[in-house]
Design a protein around this ligand. Structure first.
Ligand SMILES: Cc1cc2nc3c(=O)[nH]c(=O)nc-3n(C[C@H](O)[C@H](O)[C@H](O)COP(=O)(O)OP(=O)(O)OC[C@H]3O[C@@H](n4cnc5c(N)ncnc54)[C@H](O)[C@@H]3O)c2cc1C
Length: 483
């Protein structure tokens, strides 16, 4: 039975899609407004000259979150999506020619085992409380049944940064860099992110690293299809420019001036950019002007590369020589790091049909600073080619001589593209960075404090960025609304 309540979802990113699907299934009238021409937001896809690239996420972690969402939607996950486990999950390269595969033998190292035991306690005490509920409700998980887990709470309140924790666990400088990199999964610096971020390698070890047959964009595609089957409507090419509260509901205005009414708004636009764009002054929170570090943006290159490179895996990371300098450049000097740490995903290693025969589809990604102000952003209009060449030269130095000459197709995505295409504030991929011990408690909340029928979902809000957490934000909101 459909209730008469009209829900407007602004944005068809993963948070918006998971909320829309569950709310439509719960009987509400759901319309999803998406400024782009298809669903997915930062999870997206691009094809040219026989190559297909996922242009956003390339790695699925915590697959149980996807399965759990499908279960809640009454769907058969394995009928819609086929997950492929990657083993080893990643190959790491250092400038001194040292390389490490993240495989079973690696996870069994005594120093790593010790770290993972530490992180398992953090996961035990915090995962359910923080990831599956509104932040303000976390204390409700302090049930007597959970008492044994509470002994791990001091690990969550550890005042060390992730980099300090790494120094305490690993004698090898390279492994410190390895652990530090996990801070970037949420767009942060290991020198400012809390030690509790050690939960991320634990999750990667415990639940595996996965690829989706057909490319990760299949997730967004499948979810959009479920939304339609549950009765949600999509309005593509429709950007919402204003959300005006009116009594118990809202009036929405589109770029074309069309005005629409609804009872409830679920905003999947980045919280920071939405604040100033969508809401009239009395309802703004002023996030955009807060002097907090923004999470990193990304500079991505989609490369069609001739030949096969047997020394590479599906996921590869090429570290810079000096991690501290790299993050100082990103967060203090706010310049693209040189030389940067470079991530290369080649999913044609797993699915050769994603590239023409004898070629590979490289997705190359570097963390760069988000920008503040349009002038800083516009610099990328001229900088992409030069920075792209610097990255290629850097990769060549890792033993891929002549790489530039084997690149037969090349496309860029800069912070400016992320800002323009998805309304990501300053191109930041996750809103605010998770810097400081209490950063998890300082993320913008899911429910507006001023307007109870206004909710926020997606990577810039609670519980955070990435595929599983963005989906969880939509799930938590839908469950609260239906309740
Ligand atoms: C290059 C890159 C690599 C990544 N790698 C990984 C990875 O390997 N693993 C992982 O788990 N995560 C990864 N992530 C992060 C992950 O993609 C995101 O956290 C997640 O997809 C964000 O979802 P979201 O719900 O925040 O919505 P978004 O993706 O931000 O989508 C928001 C949508 O709203 C639309 N919109 C915005 N404003 C309006 C408006 N006013 N009117 C109408 N529509 C509007 C936008 O067009 C967009 O479609 C990566 C991200 C990027 C960019």
């Amino acid at each position: 039975m459909r209730s008469g309540r009209q829900v407007a979802v602004i944005g068809a990113g993963l948070g918006g899609l998971s909320a829309a699907a569950l709310l439509a299934r719960g009987g509400l009238q759901v319309t999803v407004f998406e400024k782009g021409c298809r669903a997915g937001g930062k999870m997206n896809v691009f094809a040219a000259n026989g190559f297909t690239w996922d242009t956003g996420p390339s790695l699925v972690t915590m697959p149980h979150v996807l399965r759990g969402l499908w279960r809640k939607l009454g769907r058969d996950f394995d009928r819609d999506l086929q997950l492929i486990r990657l083993e080893p999950s990643c190959r790491y390269f250092w400038p001194d020619q040292h390389r490490v595969d993240e495989d079973e033998a690696f996870w069994q190292r005594p120093d790593l085992t010790r770290l993972l035991r530490h992180a398992a306690g953090i996961y035990d005490v915090s995962a359910e409380a923080f990831l599956e509920h509104r932040l303000e409700d976390w204390w409700k998980q302090l049930h007597w049944k959970n008492l044994p887990k509470l002994r791990h709470l001091p690990k969550v309140a550890d005042r060390r940064t992730l980099a300090q924790l790494a120094a305490d666990y690993f004698a090898d400088k390279r492994l410190r860099q390895y652990l530090g990199r996990f801070a970037t999964y949420n767009g942060s610096s290991p020198y400012r992110a809390p030690a509790a971020f050690s939960i991320i390698p634990y999750v990667q070890r415990q639940f595996g690293s996965w690829y989706v047959k057909g490319g990760l964009y299949r997730i967004a595609d499948a979810l959009a299809q479920i939304c339609r089957e549950e009765g949600a409507r999509f309005e593509f090419g429709t950007e919402i420019f204003r959300v005006q509260p009116n009594g118990r509901g809202f009036t929405l205005a589109t770029a074309g001036g069309t005005v629409l009414g609804c009872d409830l708004v679920i905003c999947n636009q980045d919280v920071l950019s939405a604040d100033a764009q969508l809401f009239p002054p009395p309802f703004r929170t002023g996030y955009a002007s807060q002097r907090r570090d923004l999470a990193v943006s990304g500079f991505a290159m989609l490369l069609g590369v001739r030949g096969n490179h047997p020394g590479l895996l599906h996921h590869n990371v090429f570290f810079s020589d000096d991690y501290e300098t790299e993050f100082r450049q990103i967060f203090d000097q706010r310049t693209p790091p040189a030389p940067p740490t470079i991530y290369v995903a080649i999913d044609s290693k797993t699915e050769p049909e994603r590239a023409p025969a004898g070629h590979e589809n490289w997705f190359v990604l570097v963390n760069v600073p988000a920008f503040r102000g349009p002038d800083q952003g516009k610099r990328w209009e001229r900088a992409s080619e030069t920075y792209g060449n610097l990255i290629l030269r850097r990769l060549s130095a890792f033993g891929f001589d002549g790489l530039e000459n084997r690149v037969v197709d090349r496309h860029y995505l800069s912070p400016l593209d992320f800002a323009r295409r998805f309304n990501a504030f300053g191109g930041s991929l996750y809103g605010f960075a998770s810097h400081g011990l209490f950063s998890a408690f300082r993320r913008p909340p899911l429910q507006s404090r001023r307007l109870p029928n206004l909710w926020f979902v997606g990577g810039s809000t609670h519980p955070g960025g990435g595929i599983p957490l963005s989906l969880l934000s939509g799930r938590i909101v839908a469950e609260e609304v239906l309740r």
